[in-house]
Design a protein around this ligand. Structure first.
Ligand code: PMP
Length: 459
């Protein structure tokens, strides 16, 4: 039974839970809405309201809520065998899931390592790049190249690779081995064409490699779309150009598909089918279980594995793992989720409906206050700026957008507040009519809040 004593829940949260984003001056004062249950694309609040889950939790609820097949698989596995040591024991869910993921990933990415979520997936991929170069006898080849606006997680290492600089002052970020490139944000092109902007980004990468020395660089780590950094879709051809540079310098290309994987961009993985690259390593999490239980992982290419196994690797041990690596319940949930997605054609549906989604968001461009809309597959956003000529929002724009998000919530839509963006990345099972509902609420909220800020026409 759902715990519906809303006040008690809110109080216990305020008094005892440290939230993942907590303004310390207000510790114990902010009240979060209490959710009780969910079905399809809707979540229910303890005050009786039903809300559309615009961001699908945190870009993860691919098949929506209340899917009995996944719940049954979890219950069945928990009763049969809830746990087995990944160090000593094999289980069917881990074996079958790894086999399945090898068929869904591009190219020869056939070796899978399971983790507990996205941060541990990226952290393990980076540790793997370190291990790889040690085994190859290149202990100096360890640097990691990343981008501003990238987001890769909350472990010490993945946080250090995260280029959302607003987070930096809070912690000691260890960046001795990490080097940041410019954000590939098309709005930063200024007077340049997108082609010239891309040429400059590639040149910056080449120059950085020359400065640091290719013999010191292990990996380039990149999200296909910079999701939490602002739903940034790099210029066309970006990924292929960067992959070519990586190949020339024997640098691992690690594609962080924690958000973009498992159908979010209308393909099982976005790297190859949407962006034209077969990476050396892909990291995944979130959509692999549609958020029902935690799981993440990475898939590594056979080519990479061949270089550091067999005769080449005498005496080397890959010692990186978690108690919950290969977790039977998580892997069973993922298998049930993937089976369901295949049976219902969820990825194909996301692909088919993506044009409608992009057009629906773009229909808001007539509103004053809407500077940009962008979407790939079913990840999209509306950028709200008081002055639409600005490339990035300032504090006033962020406050403006926050008010829009709050008004959406009152009107029945959860929007992920992300600076000057209203992020919409709904469950992949969403229908056209439900997309219309989302856009109608956005239109009303942006119009009302815009009018309150004196915005009356697009001029
Ligand atoms: N990589 C990317 C691209 C992400 O968006 C996230 C989380 N939003 C992570 C890694 C970290 O994943 P997790 O929160 O599951 O640890």
């Amino acid at each position: 039974m759902a715990d519906t004593r809303q006040d008690d829940v809110a109080t216990a949260m305020r008094e005892h839970v440290l939230l993942p984003a907590q303004e310390m001056a207000r510790l114990g004062t902010a009240t979060q809405p209490v959710l009780t249950h969910a079905e399809g694309i809707y979540v229910h609040a303890a005050d009786g309201r039903r809300l559309i889950d615009g961001p699908a939790g945190m870009w993860c609820a691919q098949v929506g809520y209340g899917r009995k097949e996944i719940v049954d698989a979890i219950a069945h596995q928990a009763m049969a065998l809830p746990y087995a040591s990944p160090w000593y024991m094999a289980t069917s869910p881990a074996a079958r899931l790894a086999e399945k993921i090898a068929t869904l990933t591009p190219g020869d990415l056939n070796r899978v390592f399971f983790t507990t979520g996205g941060s541990t997936a990226v952290d393990s991929a980076l540790r793997f790049s370190e291990f790889y170069n040690n085994v190859l006898g290149r202990p100096e080849k360890k640097r990691i190249i990343v981008r501003f606006d990238g987001y890769h997680g909350s472990t010490a290492l993945t946080a250090a690779c995260t280029g959302r600089t607003g987070n930096w002052p809070n912690f000691d970020i260890r960046q001795d081995r990490i080097s940041f490139l410019s954000s590939p944000n098309p709005r930063h092109a200024g007077n340049r064409t997108q082609e010239a902007f891309l040429d400059d980004l590639v040149k910056e990468f080449e120059d950085r490699i020359a400065d640091l020395g290719p013999e010191t660089i292990a990996a380039f780590l990149a999200e296909p779309i910079l999701a939490s950094g602002g739903v940034i879709i790099p210029p066309k051809g970006y990924h292929a150009r960067f992959k070519e540079v990586c190949e020339r310098h024997d640098i691992l290309y690690i594609s962080d598909e924690v958000v973009t994987g498992f159908g979010r961009c209308g393909e099982w993985f976005a790297s190859e089918k949407v962006f034209g690259v077969v990476p050396d390593i892909i990291t995944f999490a979130k959509g692999v279980t549609s958020g029902y239980v935690p799981l993440g992982g990475l898939a590594i290419s056979d080519k990479v594995m061949a270089r550091i196994s067999g005769e080449n690797a005498k005496g080397s041990w890959f010692t990186n793992g978690y108690t919950y690596t290969n977790h039977p319940v998580s892997c069973a949930a993922a298998l049930a989720n993937i089976e369901l997605m295949e049976r219902e054609g969820v990825v194909e549906h996301a692909r088919e409906i993506s044009g409608y989604f992009a057009d629906a968001l773009a229909s808001l461009l007539d509103l004053p206050g809407v500077a940009d809309t962008r979407a790939v597959g079913l990840v999209g956003c509306v950028q709200c700026l008081l002055d639409p000529t600005r490339a990035d929002g300032n504090d006033d724009d962020k406050a403006f957008t926050r008010k829009i998000d709050e008004r959406c919530f009152e009107l029945g839509l959860i929007v992920r507040p992300l600076g000057d963006l209203c992020v919409i990345s709904p469950p992949l099972i969403i229908t056209r009519a439900q997309i219309d509902d989302i856009v109608a609420i956005l239109r009303q909220a942006i119009s009302e809040v815009g009018a309150a800020h004196g915005l009356t026409s697009k001029e």
